[in-house]
Design a protein around this ligand. Structure first.
Ligand SMILES: Nc1ncnc2c1ncn2[C@@H]1O[C@H](COP(=O)(O)OP(=O)(O)OP(=O)(O)O)[C@@H](O)[C@H]1O
Length: 269
């Protein structure tokens, strides 16, 4: 059945031995939205991300990305589908033995279809997008600040012009100023590149700045999903604790942000 979703998670169970991590979880990610996933430690956020990336299979249920079921599809279809998304792993996860340039070039070289001069042009374009200057192109990851590592990793995630971007704790390890700058960069790029974004985060400021909807995982299930201003009104103790002291701010700022986003979309339509 055709849906308006980029990702369809349908009745998914994840189990390790007797331990159930996800119990009958169903969630759809709409085209063009930023879906944030929150939940307590061990609630299964990273595992859910790994399921959406096809790095693990569920014990039961199905996961489709761009309408392609990740389990049981032909290897070629899976490869093609993977080329339509980019991933920013926690801590950047750059290859320490490769320069900035080679890290970003890697997904392009893996296509085995592009000449080196085209790869050079594309890499420089992506590095420019994430505001990395030409002086840093030949640096090794160990020579970069935490903020630069994130931006290079973002350039690599965008190397193949993805339609879908996965972010795992995008601002973890950054000080508030760098975190704010990085969130602004993601927001401007996702608008400019028309991206659908799925992100796992613990950070309320990141949620406020980026999320259209928030999915809350608790007790092995999807507790609730909706826009932030609606989520903060949920009386579940995890939700109340998560937004402790931020509730009113989330409601006020997010309602305003929600209106702004709607105005942009209505204007664009
Ligand atoms: N391969 C595995 N084998 C056994 N247990 C696993 C495996 N992968 C994850 N788990 C368990 O699944 C649970 C959920 O882990 P997950 O990393 O998804 O949680 P999380 O919500 O991302 O937590 P955190 O916020 O602390 O990173 C944890 O109890 C973890 O120990």
């Amino acid at each position: 059945m055709a849906t308006d979703n980029v990702i369809d998670i349908d009745s998914v169970w994840t189990q390790y031995g007797d331990i159930v991590i996800h119990r009958d979880l169903t969630l759809g990610v709409h085209y063009g939205e930023v879906m944030a996933i929150i939940g307590g430690s061990g609630s299964g956020k990273t595992t859910l991300l790994r399921l959406m990336l096809g790095l693990e299979g569920p014990s039961r249920g199905t996961i489709k990305v761009f309408g392609v079921p990740l389990q049981g599809c032909a290897a070629g279809d899976l490869r093609q589908t993977r080329n339509r998304w980019g991933v920013l792993f926690q801590e950047g996860a750059l290859f320490s033995a490769l320069s900035v340039f080679d890290n970003v070039a890697l997904p392009l070289r893996e296509l085995k279809a592009l000449p080196e001069d085209v790869i050079r042009e594309l890499v420089m374009m992506k590095l420019d997008l994430v505001e990395i200057d030409t002086i840093s192109v030949n640096k090794m990851p160990a020579e970069l600040s935490g903020g630069m590592v994130k931006r290079v990793a973002l350039a690599r995630a965008l190397a193949l012009n993805p339609e879908l971007l996965f972010l795992d704790e995008p601002t973890a390890g950054l000080d508030p100023e760098r975190s704010h700058g990085f969130v602004q960069l993601i927001e401007s790029l996702r608008r400019a590149l028309n991206l659908t974004v799925v992100m796992v985060t613990h950070d309320v400021d990141t949620l406020l700045a980026l999320s259209d909807r928030v999915a809350v995982l608790a007790n092995q299930q999807l507790l609730t999903v909706g826009p932030l201003w609606e989520i903060v009104q949920n009386k579940d103790p995890f939700v109340q604790n998560f937004f402790l002291g931020h509730g009113k701010r989330c409601e006020q700022e997010n309602i305003k942000d929600f209106r702004d986003k709607m105005a942009v979309r209505l204007h664009a339509a």
